[in-house]
Design a protein around this ligand. Structure first.
Ligand code: FAD
Length: 396
């Protein structure tokens, strides 16, 4: 029999994450959203506290200092954090997914060097990881399967004995100005087609030749830093390369399976927050002598919102379970959780704003923030159109 109930442990985890999010994240989310300078819009204090709970290490095995959660546990926490503020949740979610990439592919020496210090939970500072794949020439171009070596990743790593000299730039990168460890997808072979030409490297923030460029001023997710990573003759060694040379894109694609589930959970948290706000408002707002929730046009919208959230949650849980157990069912692509839930969140947040009427459009309620936040979940971690291309290629 299939059991849809959360276990006792999962219920406890959910309660811990919910209490933390409501106490430490939600009260400051609106103020951080309104900070005009994107370089200042980051809740360092709440991030530090989240790291003290290990929320940056959720997908790292216990033997290396992580919380060692399953994918299904992970999405419980991410949904709770995202319900308080999706930008805050994304900072940690990306760190979990990228640190898992290191845990899954790193040598013992790399894990000691990169993950041990990162897994520190003393709460003295925050620990975040960033990963740069997207380039100004196009985030979608990174996945290019064309054999023409002119297409795909443009940032290059040129061999110099046992070292590599890296030149180029990445853009829009999450955690760009708050990370202690950076990952990078880079072209190590200029003669091969994109699929076989890339490698992944990791390096600390103070590596010579690395600098952070423009920090983007964004529409939503304002509590998250997104910016340029610039490489000018940055020298890394073979020991800084994660996995074999030429297999970088394959390593990244496996990470995208986690990201699909993660963005599903982020979208769920956002949509749930918008739905709960709309229900509260509809119960309190009295028009023509009765609460607007009594009007069928409103209550039907709320029912539809709830149904879509529940459907997205089931799909996300299903794909989280498959990802955890290494099951890849043909016809159920990991990106489905991300595509379905992100589009659901867009619709649910817009419907929530509609239920609040004119008040929804004003800054006094978080409705307009939720709509702004929802606009990008269909774009990051692979634009939904491109993910549909991948699904179609696999399915038909
Ligand atoms: C808030 C935010 C956070 C991000 N964080 C990170 C990060 O941490 N690391 C990172 O590497 N990147 C990150 N990105 C970049 C993100 O992954 C890219 O924006 C995304 O992959 C799309 O790339 P692009 O913006 O260059 O759009 P383009 O690649 O220029 O695409 C533009 C449009 O064309 C469509 N399109 C392009 N090619 C095709 C095709 N073959 N078929 C159909 N449609 C197509 C796309 O779907 C899209 O709608 C982030 C972006 C944002 C906005």
């Amino acid at each position: 029999m299939i059991d849809f109930a959360l276990t006792e442990d999962q219920l406890r985890l959910q309660e811990t994450a919910r209490k933390f999010a409501e106490k430490e994240v939600k009260p400051r989310a609106a103020a951080i959203d309104r900070i005009a300078d994107p370089r200042q819009a980051f809740d360092a204090e709440a991030t530090r506290k989240a790291c003290a709970l290990g929320f940056h290490t959720m997908l790292i095995p216990e033997k290396w200092g992580g919380l060692d959660l399953t994918m299904n546990d992970f999405i419980i926490v991410i949904e709770e954090l995202a319900a308080a503020d999706i930008g805050f949740a994304m900072n940690l979610a990306v760190s979990c997914s990228v640190s898992k990439m290191v845990a899954d592919n790193g040598t013992d020496e790399q894990i000691e060097r990169w993950l041990r210090p990162y897994c520190d939970m003393r709460g003295e500072t925050h620990h975040l990881v960033a990963f740069g794949a997207t380039e100004p020439s196009g985030g979608t171009e990174i996945f290019c399967g064309d054999p023409n070596p002119q297409l795909g990743t443009r940032t290059t790593a040129k061999r110099d004995g046992g070292d590599y000299i890296i030149n180029g730039a990445k853009c829009f990168i999450t955690n760009s100005s708050h990370a202690e460890l950076y990952g990078l997808l880079v072209r190590t072979d200029k003669t091969k087609g994109n699929l076989a030409a890339n490698s992944v490297f990791f390096f600390p923030a103070d590596t010579p030749g690395f600098s952070i460029g423009k920090i983007e001023d964004k529409m939503g997710h304002r509590g998250m830093s997104n910016g340029e990573l610039i490489f000018e003759n940055m020298r890394l060694s073979e020991d800084d390369r994660l996995g074999p040379e030429g297999e970088g894109l394959q390593i990244l694609m496996r990470c995208y399976h986690v990201n699909g589930v993660m963005t599903g959970a982020l979208s769920l948290g956002l949509a749930r927050a918008a739905y709960e706000m709309a229900v509260d408002y509809a119960r309190e707002r009295v028009i023509w002598g009765q609460p607007i929730i009594n009007y069928q046009a409103v209550s039907h919208m709320l029912v539809d919102m709830k149904m879509q959230i529940e459907a997205a949650r089931l799909l996300t849980q299903r794909i989280a379970w498959a990802t955890q157990n290494g099951i890849h069912d043909k016809g159920i692509h990991p990106a489905m959780a991300k595509v379905f839930a992100s589009e659901m969140a867009r619709k649910v947040t817009v419907d929530a704003l509609q239920i609040l009427g004119g008040s929804g459009y004003m800054k006094g309620y978080p409705a307009e923030k939720y709509v702004r936040d929802s606009m990008v979940t269909t774009i990051y971690d692979g634009a939904n159109q491109v993910l549909r291309n991948f699904m179609a290629m696999e399915m038909f």
